[in-house]
Write a protein of this length. Structure first.
Length: 164
């Protein structure tokens, strides 16, 4: 049994999706949002204690991971502001930036492998270190991009009711 006509139901969903909810629901939204972000912060703290959270940001190749993290913080700020279309856009594109990190990392790895000569053992070790460093950039940027995407999608699903 449908109480509202379809046009009114659509308008209500659009109002909720746009973030222009009645002011009475704002404290409830804020409390749900804070609890959800506290859960995320506790997961990051657990990874930090385990020594895993800082690894993507180490060295000179961590710049892309810092950019991805900054975009993710911007996405969480959009969650607090209930700018759901912006959250959706950021969640979609942060994965692409992570994939850009994959490409950059593979370029670093393959260029190091291509420049390696058929010299002695002393020549091979720096080449292997450069290849591993490139793979390091590649995998951590992708992992961080996917993690930020998933976190923003969880926020969209639980706080805004998006199904996509």
């Amino acid at each position: 049994m449908q109480i509202l006509p379809p046009a009114a139901s659509f308008a209500m969903r659009r109002t909720v999706a746009s973030g222009s909810l009645p002011s009475l629901s704002q404290p409830a939204f804020l409390s749900r949002c804070l609890v959800l972000q506290a859960i995320g912060a506790s997961c990051i703290a657990a990874l930090w204690i385990a020594g895993l959270a800082g690894k993507p940001f180490e060295g000179e190749t961590g710049v892309l991971c810092w950019i991805i993290l900054g975009i993710g913080v911007g996405g969480v700020a959009c969650v607090f502001l209930q700018r759901w279309n912006d959250v959706q856009w950021i969640a979609t594109h942060v994965v692409r930036i992570g994939l850009l990190g994959t490409v950059v990392g593979l370029i670093i790895a393959f260029s190091a492998a291509a420049s390696g000569g058929a010299g002695g053992l002393a020549d091979v070790k720096p080449m292997i270190e450069a290849v591993v460093g490139g793979m390091y950039v590649s995998l951590y940027a992708t992992l961080l991009g996917i993690a930020v995407n998933l976190w923003l999608k969880i926020n969209l699903r639980l706080l805004a009711g998006y199904d996509g």
